[in-house]
Design a protein around this ligand. Structure first.
Ligand code: NDP
Ligand code: MG
Length: 411
């Protein structure tokens, strides 16, 4: 079957979801899941900049009820969702009389994802908690602007199955956004490989021995991007790039051997597509996540003016390096889990979530992250993924094994 770059049949009309286009009068309704996070708050800046084209219909957070309240009063969504129950009660009390409905629990994510007024669902939740709303949005035939890479890693096969029935994904992760936009108008049969760029994180150039004693504060000091804590640690271990390799495999339907990673410290080239004729297409701009967010919300249009203007003569040299795969072993762990398939990527992701959390709480040294993940993967016998339950069982098992491994290392 002919497929476009997000795994769907190609014969679909250009705008099958009736997303309002410029000049038609109607605004695009957006549901933002994870609105209090780094991506979520930047998405609201994009909405604010394009208030004539976009309106917020739903917002969700985990427990930051103060910020969600502020956002609700400012953007006046029809509903807000708060996963943590006590925070939801507090928010409900504070939003009384505003007419904004407050939902609680993990189901509130589904409610936001399925909101009938949402033309676009932006999933900016962190972690595999984002998988159920990803599947729900696609199941309802929605356009999904996907930042939550963990849902693609943990449930890639389920996501592809949902996509075959309906819905579409516009990637927000900057690398995949870059590849997606480079592929517009191209046919996958002419693609040789996809090259994901990585800044290399704060520890680029360090040898493995030098990584043993790095601190949380050092790991959180990313050289080019300002992001949430979990993804910032993932960038320091290069697991972020590993997760992105798996994400790219599912999004673009390429085998792992044709998904490459190169270090590009300036983060100006967001990723590249290599074609069979030896030419490359790339997307360039100074790093600013509001660009991929804006591209996803404006698709298939492009809206100006830019948030950050890139002046070519002002750019420093653009350089590329090989990844030091010995110092940053997480990348190969991800390739291995991806190749193993089935439940292995979900197990990799869940073990990583536990290990990163333990590192952030001072319970695990930096190199302990990859050791915990390697131990858990070693013990895992991958099984096929038929439904969400298969993913959740594999994740539960991986979390327990990873917590044991963390305890052993701490003791
Ligand atoms: P943050 O940690 O900054 O924000 C996460 C958001 O998700 C918050 O709104 C948080 O709510 C909410 N949340 C946390 N846990 C849960 C849960 N269990 N259920 C529901 N909601 C939850 O993360 P980022 O914005 O950095 O990242 C979001 C996603 O985007 C991640 O998957 C990341 O990998 C991806 N991404 C991020 C980039 C970036 O520049 N930040 C770049 C590319 C991809 P609360 O505030 O209440 O805790
Ligand atoms: Mg990225």
């Amino acid at each position: 079957m002919a497929r476009d770059c997000v795994g769907r049949r190609r014969e679909r009309p250009a705008n099958p979801y009736n997303v309002p286009m410029d000049g038609k009068g109607e605004k695009r309704g957006v549901a933002i899941l994870g609105s209090t996070g780094s991506i979520g708050t930047q998405a609201l800046e994009v909405v604010e900049a394009h208030a004539d084209r976009l309106r917020v219909v739903a917002l969700t957070a985990h427990r930051n009820h103060r910020l969600l309240e502020e956002q609700a009063l400012r953007f006046r969504p029809l509903m807000v969702g708060m996963v943590d129950e006590p925070s939801a009660r507090e928010l409900r009390r504070r939003l009384q009389g505003t007419g904004i409905r407050v939902s609680r629990g993990p189901e509130s994510l589904l409610e936001a994802a399925l909101h009938p007024d949402a033309h676009i669902v932006l999933n900016a939740v962190v972690g595999s908690a984002g998988l159920p709303p990803t599947l729900a949005a696609l199941g309802a035939g929605k356009r999904l602007a996907l930042a939550n890479k963990e849902s693609m890693v943990a449930g890639g096969e389920l996501v592809l199955r949902a996509l075959r029935e309906g819905g579409e994904i516009i990637p927000v992760d900057s690398e995949h956004g870059a590849v997606f936009h480079c592929l517009r108008g191209e046919e996958m049969r002419f693609v040789e490989s996809v090259v994901l760029t990585a800044s290399g994180g704060p520890f680029r150039g360090r040898r493995r021995e030098e990584l043993a004693s790095v601190t949380v504060r050092e790991a959180l000091a990313h050289p080019t991007w300002s992001m949430g804590r979990k993804i910032t640690v993932d960038s320091a271990t290069l697991m972020n790039k590993g997760l992105e390799v798996i994400e790219a495999h599912f999004l673009f339907g390429l085998p792992y051997s044709r998904i490459k990673v190169v270090i590009h410290p300036q983060s100006v080239i967001h990723s590249l597509v290599e074609f069979v004729d030896g030419s490359f297409a790339a997307q360039l701009s100074l790093p600013d996540m509001r660009l991929p967010i804006s591209l996803a919300l404006s698709y298939p249009e492009r809206w100006g003016p830019p948030f950050t203007r890139t002046v070519l003569p002002e750019l420093e040299r653009l350089t590329f390096e090989e990844v030091d795969r010995e110092a940053f072993a997480c990348l190969d762990l991800a390739y291995r889990a991806g190749e193993a398939g089935g439940t292995a990527p979900a197990v990799l992701n869940a073990a990583n979530e536990v290990a990163v959390d333990a590192f952030l709480h001072g319970k695990l040294p930096f190199l302990g992250i990859e050791e915990v993940i390697a131990n858990v993967l070693e013990e895992h016998n991958p099984r096929p993924v038929c439904d969400l339950r298969d993913v959740q069982e594999a994740e539960e098992w991986a979390r327990e094994r990873a917590e044991d491994a963390v305890r052993m290392k701490a003791g």
